[in-house]
Design a protein around this ligand. Structure first.
Ligand SMILES: [Zn+2]
Length: 404
């Protein structure tokens, strides 16, 4: 069995070891060492990374059968004696979050009696799952406050190996089925928490730096709490500070006034939208008058108003068509070019043609079979069409009416 050096010292980052077994894992070379500082994935904490004889250590895990620590390598290593180096920034980040988790878990127990039933330490997200459906915001703040107080007090974090039968005062989330340590390994945050754990931890709470709860997520009867420690908390603060600074610069106000500034912008936008709406309505009235004036009736005394609207909004144009056919003896053939081109064919109530015939003729030119409506008002399209294509389609629609 591999001697796990990280049990006694989580701070050793370089060590020498001998390869005592060689194997392959999913086609990649892998080795077992006589001793290792590499932490294998377990207890919610991801495996370490680093190098072995200059070769990348891609993954580390514990073999189910013999509890050996298997190191998956980026390439074969010919020699048996190897110099190893742990990716320390990654490991330290894990130590900060793992110790932070112990403290946060105990703070939730002490202040609101919520127990941690899950822990996940990912590259992006770190979470614990609590056995309660919701948390009061003021309780959450108190928990965060207590956790940070324990961090700022720089308490010692010590590891003891005890007889599992004497573990009454120890919080055990999941008793390990195999004790590689020859006893139950207990991680104790001085005067605050004792938890059975096989992970790596900082030796004083001050090294965690800061613990910030950033998100809650309800999962049925449980609550997932996302939090950040150390450098991740700093990075988060930096990003959010940059966003707030940019926003306050562009809104020309202090960051504490952004709320109010956005509220005012929302109000302005609402007012501008309603003004635009009434202006559009007014414009429509003028447009109706202009089109009626400019279009001469044909030999049958019918005014055919035919037009493409390259920048038109389909609902505005529908409204314009409705207004126009309010006048007697009027036929409207409108088109909106674009990715989803539209054609509208409509007529006054006193006329008798079925406008679906005109619409079908226009859609035939566009190559669409989607459309329909009442005999006096129908619409279709939904396929791409240029302005000139739309004009051709409208001409064809007009001819179809003359023919009928
Ligand atoms: Zn732990």
């Amino acid at each position: 069995m591999t001697r796990r050096l990280y049990y006694d010292d989580a701070y050793t980052t370089v060590f020498e070891a001998r390869i005592i077994e060689r194997l392959a894992v999913d086609g990649q070379p892998a080795v077992v060492l006589d001793q290792t500082c590499f932490y294998p994935e377990g207890g919610g904490q991801p495996a370490d990374r680093g190098t072995m004889a200059g070769v990348e250590v891609a993954d580390v895990f514990t073999c189910e059968d013999d509890r050996a620590v298997v190191h998956v390598l980026g390439a074969e290593i010919p020699s048996d004696g190897v110099f190893c180096e742990i990716d320390w920034p990654r490991r330290f980040d894990h130590m900060q979050h793992h110790t932070g988790q112990h403290i946060l878990t105990q703070a939730f127990v002490q202040l609101i009696g919520a127990n941690t039933i899950g822990f996940h330490l990912g590259a992006e997200v770190v979470t614990i799952d609590l056995d309660i459906p919701q948390i009061d915001p003021s309780d959450l703040e108190a928990v965060e406050e207590l956790a940070n107080r324990v961090i700022f007090e720089n308490r010692s974090v010590v590891v003891r190996v005890i007889d599992p039968d004497q573990a009454d005062d120890v919080r055990v989330r999941k008793m390990p089925d195999h004790l590689s340590t020859g006893g139950l390994r207990v991680v104790e945050v001085e005067g605050f928490d004792a938890t059975a754990c096989g992970g790596t931890h900082v030796s004083r709470t001050g090294e965690i730096g800061l613990l910030k709860i950033i998100r809650l997520e309800k999962h049925g009867d449980e609550t997932r709490v996302e939090f950040l420690c150390g450098s991740r908390a700093l990075r988060d603060y930096r990003q959010k500070h940059a966003i707030l600074s940019d926003l306050s610069a562009s809104l020309t106000c202090g960051y504490w006034e952004i709320d109010g500034a956005i509220e005012r912008l929302r109000g302005d936008l609402k007012e501008a939208r309603s003004k635009l709406k009434s202006a559009s309505k007014q414009l429509l009235t003028y447009e109706v008058d202009r089109l009626v004036d400019e279009t001469q009736p044909n030999a049958s005394g019918v005014r055919v108003i035919k037009m493409a609207f390259p920048d038109g909004d389909a609902s505005d144009i529908r409204a314009l068509a409705s207004r126009l056919i309010g006048e007697p003896d009027t036929v409207v053939l409108f088109g909106v070019p674009g990715e989803k081109a539209q054609v509208i064919a409509a007529r006054s109530e006193n006329l008798s043609q079925d406008m679906n015939i005109a619409l079908k003729a226009a859609l035939g030119v566009l190559g669409s079979d989607r459309g329909g409506g009442r005999p006096d008002f129908c619409q279709g399209g939904g396929v791409p069409a240029t302005e000139s294509r739309i004009n051709t389609a409208l001409d064809t629609a007009e001819q179809s009416l003359a023919g009928g």
